[in-house]
Design a protein around this ligand. Structure first.
Ligand code: GUN
Length: 294
């Protein structure tokens, strides 16, 4: 078994980007600027956005965190997005999901300028991704592709089973793994809450990508010997014995599944850090787009 070490690879990617930033500065140009909008005070979202902003600082990007109260109206958020769209200093921005119930997420995503949509969630960017055109690929699927590539995992002709059909991970992942090229050229099965015989389908997979958010869902009995296992789940399990009051766990019973897997991602330290690194990569790309648009 080989560990797909997202922490190590994400640090390499961040170093590569930091080197680019040094060159940008040497040329006397403006460094990339990422803004993040956080509505409300969900603990996990606060942690993720905090990490994204801190990573920007570490590699030399500018960053802006915009915190809005949980009572923010849809109109107020749409106005903020319009402001960010118009702000020439900002190359790219994200609106952290999920949003409070009074806000229509689709309306919000549609309002983001596709050239600043470093999450790759806007239909223009999602459509381009599905058509193999150059665009922002959503950071989590992008991070998984990067891990598979850097560890030279063979995906051609393999059966990839994706668990979960979210717009952020499962759906784009299923498209990307089936596209021509590498990583890709897989035969993909996208499973979800209405899938029958899910255990049987997963047991046939050469590559399993679990993005369910159910701790210990994927057990050793469900996994084929030699399978590649990617765990996208990040669940906070309450635990009073820990200082933080919780621990983080994935969808995979790591201890037992790792005995059968050829490659496996740990949680934490697998897909999570890759998501942040790829958001930074998208921000670098956004800066280039921004400059060429003038
Ligand atoms: N919530 C969970 N993952 C993500 C992500 O990648 N981007 C945004 N904007 N919100 C998220």
């Amino acid at each position: 078994m080989e560990l797909l070490d997202g922490k190590k690879v994400s640090n390499q990617i961040k170093e590569e980007i930091a080197t680019e930033v040094v060159k940008i500065k040497e040329r006397g140009e403006k460094v990339p600027h990422l803004a993040a909008v956080l509505v409300g005070n969900d603990g996990a979202s606060l942690t993720y956005v905090g990490s994204k902003v801190r990573s920007c600082k570490k590699i030399g990007f500018e960053s802006t965190l915009i915190q809005m109260p949980s009572t923010t109206s849809e109109l107020e958020l749409l106005r903020k997005i319009d402001e960010l769209n118009q702000d020439n200093d900002i190359d790219g921005f994200i609106v952290q999901l999920p949003l409070p119930d009074q806000i229509d997420t689709q309306k919000v995503i549609m309002a983001i300028d596709p050239d600043k949509d470093v999450d790759g969630f806007h239909p223009t960017n999602f459509g381009k991704m599905a058509l193999d055109m150059s665009t922002f690929i959503p950071a989590t699927p992008f991070g998984i592709l990067e891990l598979l590539e850097r560890y030279k995992v063979d995906t051609k002709g393999k059966h990839t089973v994706v668990i979960g059909r979210s717009h952020i991970v499962g759906r784009p992942m299923s498209i990307l793994m089936s596209r021509k090229g590498w990583p890709g050229n897989s035969t993909v099965t996208l499973t979800h809450s209405h899938t029958q015989n899910i255990e049987q389908i997963v047991s046939q997979a050469d590559i399993v990508i679990s993005a369910l958010g159910v701790p210990n869902f994927l057990k050793a009995e469900m996994v084929k010997e030699g399978a590649v296992v990617i765990d996208v789940g990040i669940t906070r399990v309450p635990d009073d014995s820990r200082e933080r009051g919780y621990y983080i766990t994935g969808d995979v019973d790591f201890e037992n599944v790792s005995k059968k897997a050829s490659f496996i991602t740990p949680v934490p330290g697998g897909v999570g850090p890759m998501t942040i690194a790829m958001l930074l990569k998208n921000t670098l790309l956004a800066r280039e787009r921004h400059r060429s648009r003038g």
